[in-house]
Ligand binder design. Structure first.
Ligand SMILES: *[C@@H]1O[C@H](CO)[C@@H](O)[C@H](O)[C@H]1NC(C)=O
Ligand SMILES: *[C@@H]1O[C@H](CO)[C@@H](O)[C@H](O)[C@H]1NC(C)=O
Length: 217
């Protein structure tokens, strides 16, 4: 009787051990199943969005380091792209004013004012977009529709682009030549590319990232 009971216990013990072993192997297999990590997905989102802009490589290079902060949010990506444009406008204005002082050139100092106007409009668009994102997060609704608010953001950015273009037009019309002209147009064109991509990303936010309308009209 005692023997039987003991062997029964041993059998149970063996079964239990075998079960544990199998369970752990299965758990290990599940744990080590390869899957894309979050960072990879966040970077993929930036690449995919940037591919829809006019200058995908400029866009990706300037924005990919913000992937984990953006975390697949079209609204946050739009916000970061405007912030990056503002930084670029600041450095462009600083570079051009150094250039205009050393060349004593009025056309370049006019470009400085245009780039500063562009920067001011970018700041207005960023402020507007920020307040929208806060409202989104809090689930509140303002009087204007989402579409109306995001159109204001786009209007400010379009105005920035227009100021930047005016600088380039001025260079052409006054027949500026040579190295100085190339330096100015290279730096302003680089700013134009970043601003234009920001405008596209805001438009993507308007079209794809829109929260559902509060009520239908
Ligand atoms: C995720 O992938 C990125 C590069 O794609 C890598 O730098 C990072 O270390 C990875 N993180 C984990 C937790 O595997
Ligand atoms: C983005 O465009 C590049 C070049 O056309 C392509 O190789 C890549 O697969 C695209 N990536 C995404 C996520 O669409």
């Amino acid at each position: 009787m005692k023997m039987v009971s003991q062997s029964h216990t041993t059998t149970m013990f063996l079964f239990f051990t075998a079960f544990l072993f199998i369970f752990q192997s299965v758990a290990a297999t599940v744990r080590y199943t390869p899957k894309q990590n979050t960072t990879t997905k966040d970077i993929y989102f930036i690449r995919k969005s940037c591919n829809m802009t006019e200058y995908p490589d400029v866009c990706f290079t300037s924005l990919s380091s913000y992937a984990s902060a953006v975390h697949k949010s079209p609204g946050k990506l739009a916000k970061v792209s405007i912030a990056v444009s503002i930084t670029k406008a600041k450095s462009t204005a600083a570079y051009l004013s150094t250039l205009s002082r050393s060349a004593n050139n009025n056309i370049i100092s006019e470009c400085v004012s245009f780039v500063e106007d562009a920067k001011d409009d970018m700041k207005l668009s960023l402020r507007q977009l920020r307040s929208m994102l806060v409202e989104d997060a809090a689930g509140r609704r303002s009087g204007k529709t989402f579409r109306g608010l995001v159109d204001d953001v786009r209007t400010y950015l379009s105005s920035s682009l227009a100021s930047e273009d005016t600088c380039i037009d001025g260079l052409e019309e006054t027949g500026q030549e040579g190295v100085i002209k190339n330096k100015v147009s290279d730096s302003v064109n680089a700013l134009i590319r970043i601003t234009s991509d920001a405008l596209t990303l805001v438009t993507l936010y308007a079209n794809n990232g829109a929260p559902p309308p509060p009520f239908s009209m």
